[in-house]
Ligand binder design. Structure first.
Ligand code: AMP
Ligand code: GLY
Length: 423
């Protein structure tokens, strides 16, 4: 079948790599894609939230399956658009409906869902400009640090963690009355701070059945030792060594099952990935957030470990028969290290020539912000390349990635040399 992947990051190149491997895939398209996807698929220039353009691409290229990478089109209802458009009704779209995507699109909705279905999470209350005074009073009752979350999508920047009460009050006001994160912060969730170690669990669900995919841990801060500004993610490893059978059993029973059952009880059409951000506090798992898509760079370590044909797996998801398929996981560990542009996550320059790509051995180089021009590859974003390796343990895998990184270069290339430092 012909398959379309929406998105342009390292996540989408990794999906493209796995799909291109499948015997079931005839022609593969990625929209808009990057230099990496252009080498194994046909890139199509379009905006992923322009559903008319996506429809045109699907019809012109006889596409039977669409995999949605980022959250934006999902939160804007691309799954509903496909279900309601007669020419697209037989196209298998992998991604939740708009109601499903609200688990990521609204922090308040996610918290209400967790409360409703008894899923462990931090205590919280939510506030608007009208209830600012009550919000301030709520902050006064909490112990520091204070966690403030813009309700809506804020490109990963909408969470503030503050040590000082006065600063927290000021930021609450900035969010609610001065639109610090635009419309996204017209509502703010304030929650109890959870002190522990984070991990992510990925679930593929058809709305009734589910498969737990490999766990991963990402490193979000720009600086070594987890310091400095938050980024989209500077590296990741899978599996997470401390996610032993006992913890995974708790996560499955207390979090994964109630999440999938909750979606089903609420009649939410959900055929896609659930990315559950967790924190382990004294050996007990709590949910920090839901995302309704795969993570980036987590995908770069999770998908390379899945041995089952990805097209078979996604087709079973669309046909609501995930219970009939086995998922086989590579026992080895995977590690990825992101190479980023100097200055990222603040201002950075694009268009720097990348050299050394042809010298990589024993690692995958998944492209994120790259483009090709006249046969040469250039940087085209903050996060540029993800170098993934597999080996017996994550330290050996990391070593391979770092050895290959030595061969890669572009002007002001930057990366963290301490991925996995806390494990
Ligand atoms: P989120 O966008 O909800 O994933 O939050 C971004 C980051 O803030 C998370 O990855 C955590 O590191 C941190 N965080 C969010 N909520 C809490 C919490 N209740 N307690 C401690 N840290 C949190
Ligand atoms: N790496 C975090 C995310 O994809 O949201």
């Amino acid at each position: 079948m012909n398959i379309l992947i929406l998105g342009s990051g390292g996540r989408e190149h990794t999906f493209a790599y796995k799909i291109a491997e499948s015997k079931r895939c005839e022609k593969l398209f990625v929209a808009p894609g990057n230099a990496g996807t252009a080498s194994i698929a046909t890139n199509v220039e379009l905006k992923v939230t322009d559903f008319e353009a996506v429809k045109k691409c699907v019809l012109e290229n006889n596409i039977e399956m669409v995999i949605v990478g980022p959250e934006d089109p999902l939160v804007h209802g691309i799954a509903n658009y496909f279900a309601e458009t007669s020419e697209l009704q037989n196209t298998m779209l992998i991604g939740p409906s708009k109601r499903g995507a609200l688990l990521e699109g609204s922090k308040q909705r996610a918290k209400e869902f967790m409360m409703q279905h008894n899923i462990p999470t931090a205590a919280y209350e939510s506030f608007t400009a009208e209830s600012l005074e009550a919000g301030i009073a709520f902050l006064e009752k909490l112990k520091p640090p204070y966690v403030l979350k813009a309700d809506g999508l804020a490109a990963g920047k909408g969470v503030l963690i503050l040590k000082d009460l006065n600063e927290a009050k000021q930021e609450l006001e900035n969010m609610l009355t001065h639109s610090k994160f635009g419309e996204a912060s017209s509502k703010v969730v304030i929650e109890e701070f959870l002190d522990g170690i984070e991990l992510s669990v990925f679930v593929l669900t058809d709305g009734k059945n589910y498969k737990i995919l490999p766990t991963a841990k990402d490193y979000k801060r720009i600086g070594e030792g987890d310091t400095g500004l938050n980024t989209g993610g500077m590296g990741a490893i899978s599996p997470v060594p401390f996610a032993d059978d006992i913890l995974m059993k708790k996560i499955e029973e207390r979090i994964v099952k109630p999440t999938v059952n909750g979606l089903s009880e609420e009649n939410i059409d959900y055929k896609g990935f659930v990315f559950i951000g967790l924190i382990k506090v004294n050996n007990e798992p709590y949910v920090i957030e839901y995302n309704v898509r795969m993570g980036d760079p987590e995908t770069e370590v999770v998908l390379p470990r899945i041995k089952t044909d990805l097209v078979d797996l996604l087709e079973a998801t669309y046909q609501q028969r995930l219970n009939t398929i086995n998922i086989e996981i590579d026992e080895r560990s995977a590690a990825t290290v992101m190479l980023v542009s100097g200055g990222y996550p603040e201002d950075y320059e694009k268009g720097k020539g990348i050299s050394g790509l042809e010298n990589i051995k024993d690692s995958f180089v998944f492209h994120a912000g790259t483009k090709t021009e006249g046969g040469k590859t250039f940087t085209n974003g903050g996060r540029v390349l993800a170098v993934t390796s597999l080996d017996d343990d994550f330290r050996k895998a990391l070593k391979k990635s770092y050895q290959n990184i030595e061969k890669l270069s572009f002007d002001r290339m930057q990366y963290r040399s301490d991925i996995g430092f806390d494990l």
